[in-house]
Write a protein that binds this ligand. Sequence first.
Ligand code: DGY
Length: 327
Amino acid sequence: MSTNLKVLITRRQFQEQINRLGEVADVTVLDRPEPPTRAELKKAVLGCSGIFAHITDLVNGEIMDIAGKNLKVIAEFGVGYDNIKVEDASERNIAVGNTPGVLTETTADFAFAVIQSAARRLAESDRFVRSGQWKWFDPLDLLGLDINGSTLGIIGFGRIGKSVAKRALASGMNVIYFTRSTPDDDFGCKRINDLEELLKISDFVSLHCPLTDETKNLIGTRELEIMKPTSVLVNTSRGPTVDTNALSDGLLKKEISYAALDVTDPEPIPADHPLLRMENVTILPHIASATVGTRKKMSEMTVDNIIAGIQGKLPPHCVNAEDINWE
Ligand code: DGY
């Protein structure tokens, strides 16, 4: 459809949602699995009213100014939107949308699967079999940790943190948590107000906080030193919440026993990174929300946010609604 409204989708996306957008705007899709370069992004945003953005796109004031005065809405394909400079958007009266809720259970399923897989050394055991090392039943090899009866420390007790907690309670874990917010209900989990205390007593530590200035490198050298030497660190939030170099050192010094990461800093992690040479590390390619059903819902919600925004209505899921004045 030819309109004066232009929308950019920065990666390949579900055709059904591209078609929906196409009914109300001229849509450009950077239709590739890999992210656009900065130069490509700058060129493609020119004159756009809406940008359908992904975690790999830094959308800051520079990009917003290049897009120009038509830009009304930037909608993130995801719940985390740390790649979008929301203050820059608010200053320019541009709405920012995201996709809360639709990926909570899928992400929690995944995070808990990663916790269990780390506990029972599944990735390592699979490599053991594939490399021909499985010669016999060995009563003392590949021993893991019990999930039941152990303590899970959850950092960040929002929607996803709570859903992980529910799965952990059902599996017989004791659940403790650290959060800056005030949860309305913690269904029997214990709040710990001191992060160091949580790190000291947890057998598993799982991160579920957004990436902010406060949570960048939340887990670094000191925190790893405090953790139990048998403990497992799981990160399905954002890579920079964990200091990657400190983690490599901590694992080498056996300050913790295992790390399982769905997110890294940088992302992707370079193929020659020391963490990839360690047996007691699992690294996954940022797939916590990656099911067909959930990614489709995320795409639909992102398009809902764009359609509203380019038509001058606040996106249904707007993170800076109080700063927007479109009178
Ligand atoms: C999210 O929703 O934040 C996922 O990590 C994808 O960016």
